[in-house]
Design a protein around this ligand. Structure first.
Ligand code: EPU
Length: 435
């Protein structure tokens, strides 16, 4: 077991380079199953979620070769149907994309209900509605999802999503690309990674139009060929570094970003008094005055992303006055579990359902805390960087699911953060015996 130890309370300066988008990679790796040929994928983030998805793909028979730490060649030619290993699938939410890609490739799929960040109810009814519309019968028995087109294959159809779900939009695209005829997704999600998955599939020969708008049209093709693709930079990772410098003060250049994708995040930080300058594929971000309070409502893209909600809350803990944060994406879930951890550091926050009221304090104080999930963990890192004194963060495996080299990137900005081994009581006893 490892933890992060942070000595906070000082501004950060320097340059940081953003990695490939986790949530695009999370769909593109399973999407490679649809391709008959070698796809070279560049800019894959070196994070445990991507590694786990590649492990699943390998278990399905793919030949995967590491070209360098962020580039892989994946060859799924000539594979035949295998079941997704349940124990791997349970570990990660994005494993549900194998349902779409297997339905697309084999006309059937069987998998366990997906795992992932545990912040409450995360149904997949819209995915199932989409698969049904494309001619698959879907049943969930004892936590196992069975989807089957009964050898009729996928047939294009109209699907109207009740919620603009990222996962359902991508899963329907994956199932439909090799299907017969046209599939139309209405009320589709518009996040940048939806466009990236569509661009990946199109560059391998698919015919998808309209990704990035709420109406996506997919005309089925008879096969996908190998090719080359580079994943977009991670909007949320970049936003997390914006939040870090907003909290600590200082000035950093965030490189390898698509500034347009950041606008939904940076607009809110500008309101809080942060300056942001676009510099081609980089942004210069800094703070030279006290933080102002702000009200934040999470929304589907291009609204403020729910995946930045914990990080901005950590920053607002030190802003002047009162801020109100409303969670509008995960309406039925508790994405405020981390608030109890921030309170240990002296934050004044009151949570009522999906609203958090933050009363700014002058300083946070370092404390032992834990990462409740991926973005909550990022919020604890930010709070630790801002706080006076020492913060120890446990359960950092959540953070490392989605942030490549967060420790060395922050150290490069002058932060005092280290990843240290926590010795368990058993190790302690062994050490004593062997000493
Ligand atoms: N929803 C349903 N039914 C469905 C699907 C979704 O009710 O069939 C609801 C969800 O419960 C939630 C809302 O719709 O309230 C949005 O869910 P969505 O399907 O868009 O989310 P997701 O695909 O499960 C992805 C990201 C999440 C990110 C959300 C929202 C991946 C692997 N995960 O999840 O990322 O929070 O979109 O943008 O792409 C993260 O990176 O930390 C993370 C949790």
């Amino acid at each position: 077991m490892n933890k992060y130890v942070i000595h906070g309370g000082k501004p950060i300066y320097g340059e940081v380079t953003i990695s490939g988008a986790k949530n695009a990679a999370a769909a593109i790796i399973p999407a490679a199953l649809l391709v008959d040929g070698v796809c070279r994928i560049e800019n894959i983030p070196n994070i445990s979620d991507a590694a786990l998805l590649m492990k699943i793909l390998k278990a399905l028979g793919a030949d995967i070769r590491l070209v360098n730490k962020n580039t892989v060649d994946i060859d799924c030619s000539g594979l035949s149907y295998k079941e997704v290993p349940y124990e791997l699938m349970r570990k990660i939410r994005a494993s549900y994309y194998f349902l779409g890609s297997m339905l697309g490739r084999y006309g059937k799929a069987r998998a366990s209900m997906p795992g992932g960040c545990n912040f409450g109810v995360r149904p997949i009814d819209q995915h199932i509605k989409g698969f049904n519309a494309l001619g698959a019968r879907v049943e969930v028995k004892s936590g196992i999802i069975h989807a089957d087109t009964q050898e009729h294959g996928i047939k294009g159809n109209h699907v109207y999503l009740d919620i603009a779900s990222v996962g359902a939009t991508i899963n329907i695209m994956l199932a439909a690309v090799l299907g017969e005829g046209r599939t139309v997704i209405e009320n589709a999600a518009k996040e940048p990674h939806i466009v990236d998955v569509a661009n990946f599939l199109n560059s391998m020969g698919a015919d998808i139009k309209g990704a990035g708008t709420s109406l996506i049209k997919i005309d089925g093709v008879s096969g996908l060929h190998g090719g080359f693709y580079s994943i977009i930079p991670d909007q949320i990772e970049a936003g997390t570094y914006v939040a870090a410098v907003a909290g600590t003060g200082g000035e950093i250049l965030i490189k390898n970003v698509i500034p347009k994708h950041l606008e939904c995040i940076t607009a809110k930080f500008q309101e809080m008094g942060i300056y942001i300058e676009e510099r081609g594929d980089a942004v210069l971000v800094g703070r030279d005055k006290p933080l102002k309070n702000a009200n934040v409502k999470t929304m589907f893209y291009p609204g403020f992303p729910t995946d930045m909600q914990p990080q901005i809350t950590a920053v607002l803990c030190q802003a002047e006055g009162t801020s109100i944060i409303t969670e509008e994406v995960y309406k039925d879930s508790n994405r405020f579990k981390y608030v109890e951890e921030l309170k240990k550091m002296g934050a004044h926050i009151h949570v009522d359902g999906r609203i958090a009221i933050v009363q700014g304090v002058e300083k946070l104080t370092g404390a032992p805390v834990k990462a409740c999930d991926l973005r909550a963990g990022a919020a604890m890192v930010i709070a630790g960087l801002c706080a006076q004194g020492r913060t120890d963060i446990e359960d950092i495996y959540h953070i490392e699911r989605g942030y490549e080299n967060i420790v060395s990137k922050l150290r490069g900005l002058g932060a005092s953060i280290a990843r240290v081994k926590v010795s368990s009581p058993d190790e302690g006893v062994l050490r004593e015996v062997l000493a």
